[in-house]
Design a protein around this ligand. Sequence first.
Ligand code: NAD
Ligand code: UDX
Length: 466
Amino acid sequence: QSFKTKICCIGAGYVGGPTCAVIASKCADIKVTIVDINQARIDAWNSQDIPIYEPGLEEIVFAQRGKNLFFSTDVDAAILEADLIFVSVNTPTKKTGMGAGFAADLAYIEAATRRIALVAKSHKIVIEKSTVPCRTAESMRKILDANSRSDVTFDILSNPEFLAEGTAIKDLQNPDRVLIGSMQTPAGLKAQKALASVYARWVPQNRIVTTRLWSSELTKLASNALLAQRISSINALSAICEATGADVDEVSYACGLDSRIGPKFLKASVGFGGSCFQKDILNLVYLSQSLHLPEVADYWNQVVLMNEYQKRRFAESVVKTLFNTITNKNICILGFAFKKDTGDTRESAAIAMVKYFLKENANIRIYDPKVPESQMRYDLTVEDNVDVDIYNKRVKVCDTAYSAADGVDAIVVLTEWDEFKTLDYKRIYEKMTKPAFIFDGRLILPTAELKKIGYQTITIGKGDVE
Ligand code: NAD
Ligand code: UDX
């Protein structure tokens, strides 16, 4: 089949995969090729067991794969034939050197851009899909201009992605808005129109927002900072609730009814996780510092500090409640993903919790419906430096919530998986050490019922600690 338009997406991750799968499903006449340098990841995308768990994703991939959706490691071939190229590679926080701990590491963006420059033989629209610091498009342009054939031209667009994991397909199929930033030149505006016409197949015109390049880049960082700020705000209030006997769910509900505030993203929790919030705020902090705006930098940094405080506060409350020691006690962790309906664990609060409990010499039994043991082992021992012997000795990953909770001293709920709301808590209670403690870091448990059974319940943001 000959396709009118060809799209290449560099980076087959949590964003590139779902985003381009949805584009393929909405545009039968467009060929979409998602490429990656990670052979194992591409093999998985081409298998029956795709590498990302996201409700609805598998169905779309299976329906489009081999028709107009392809996964490949042949990056050059996909670049060569593409009219539009999404750059959707990872942009993690720099670990060393200038800006370490704050600035985004743009090495993958640079490598992908250099590849495009080297390979392209015809005009390309290059689209920043990754989250990048303001003015990255300018660096990309310099790299493209300096390394490409003289007869090849490029337009650069910023098209940040706003999907949330766990609801990615729904978010992509029905986005609040699609944002496309471009240079305000005739060529830039023409490229903007070309990309807008792809989204216009399924997104209403009034939700396709066009801006200047730098506004679009900054909007992505700003959106995540504003969302995370709401969570840190309600989490800060949760500490006041606990100290005063107020109930954070009631406060959140009543505040959210004010239409100027709104109800979303006001759920207190053990702390936000995920690959984006912390990274993007730190990026904004770094940007502010670079621009000599220290007050602005401090303001946003406080959102991250509050999140660290919330995680620490919750972990400490577990130790304090268990009579100030959890040495050799058995703690059941329910949920390891950073939120429900995803297997992603990046920056999950559970990692910090388990690490904290291991330092206190507890034995940990973990259950998560979607996170494999290999991932937990990697997160704790490789990413977070927990000693492998300690991990082997003290951590046990279980296949069910019941086996994880079997005979433990305390249960700690860290991810809001629906199945945790309806477990047979009576059955679990019977085998637990008494008093049987249950900590709800997500405000999802049927507390009144649990109390009736005999549990000591401790809920984030609720003052009625017993
Ligand atoms: P990811 O790590 O899941 O995927 C990135 C992929 O890019 C990896 O598979 C990696 O192998 C590949 N890659 C890196 N360099 C490459 C190169 N030179 N050529 C080919 N492939 C290359 O990351 P992600 O979660 O998909 O995030 C990608 C970007 O999107 C980041 O900038 C992130 O901030 C942003 N973002 C993420 C989310 C989210 O929910 N995860 C949401 C919005 C925006
Ligand atoms: C976020 C943004 O929502 C999305 O627009 C952006 O594209 C990527 O970053 P994501 O990290 O996938 O998406 O999930 P999100 O739903 O935002 O949750 C992030 C974290 O905040 C999770 O740990 C979640 O449990 C927590 N959270 C969310 C709360 O603690 N309380 C809330 O009210 C909402």
